[in-house]
Design a protein around this ligand. Structure first.
Ligand code: C5P
Length: 215
């Protein structure tokens, strides 16, 4: 690919976005970025600082000096590698409310845009096709039944949560994510919708690659 190409993959929690996007990135030989990891990284820093999510001024003070980075596949916040803490229960339960705070979204979007400038990149999240890359050449929305999504997250084994609590948190997170004032989870106008409930990983990847080639 000569001209930088942006590929947006949005959808609810556990729809397989990251797994699929990583494989597509490899097959197309382009970079992959998980936007949710930055919301998780900021959530981790807020939780560690003991500032309450309702403390708007406290959060703004943290945000003022926060530095996000992505290097060698690691998520770095304020020079600290937080990658291994992003999937823990506390972060998972608080990330949706934290990502509803508009200055948090502005901070993450700023980083995502600077990082992707002049690059071909595939990015997954909730608002990539609608807000981050509204002009993306390719937009996909991956979905799946909630039981299947909870099971997929549970099988990833990088969580300290039970299957039931994962399902519960997914339902809560989806509801919150769909009702955000800014950057809500929704299907971008020109996105291709893929229900992955009964599809294998390969089938989803192939569907996406096919679209990118034939367009
Ligand atoms: O993708 P992941 O499940 O790690 O995202 C964690 C949370 O971050 C989501 O539930 C959502 O609240 C938030 N998020 C967002 N916008 C994005 C990506 C993630 O609000 N582009």
């Amino acid at each position: 690919m000569n001209k930088p190409v942006k590929i947006a993959i949005d959808g609810p929690a556990g729809a397989g976005k990251s797994t699929v996007a990583k494989i597509v990135a490899k097959r197309l030989n382009i970079e992959y970025l998980d936007s949710g990891a930055f919301y998780r990284g900021i959530t981790k820093i807020i939780l560690d600082s003991n500032i309450k999510i309702e403390d708007y001024n406290g959060i703004n003070t943290i945000l003022k000096d926060i530095i996000l980075d992505f290097a060698d596949g690691r998520i770095i916040v304020n020079g600290k590698d937080v990658t291994d803490h992003l999937r823990c229960k506390d972060v998972t339960l608080n990330v949706s409310p934290v990502s509803s705070i508009i200055p948090v979204r502005i901070k993450v979007n700023e980083f995502l845009n600077i990082y992707s400038k002049d690059k071909s990149i595939i990015m997954d999240g909730r608002d990539i096709g609608t807000v981050v890359f509204p002009d993306a050449e390719y937009k996909f929305y991956l979905d799946a039944a909630v039981d299947e999504r909870a099971l997929r997250r549970y099988k990833e084994k990088n969580t300290d949560m039970t299957l039931d609590s994962i399902k519960e948190s997914i339902i809560k997170r989806d509801k919150n994510d769909k009702n955000k004032k800014f950057g809500a989870l929704k299907i971008a106008d020109n996105a291709i919708y893929i229900d992955t409930t009964n599809l294998t990983l390969d089938e989803v990847v192939n569907k996406i690659i096919e679209k990118i080639k034939i367009k």
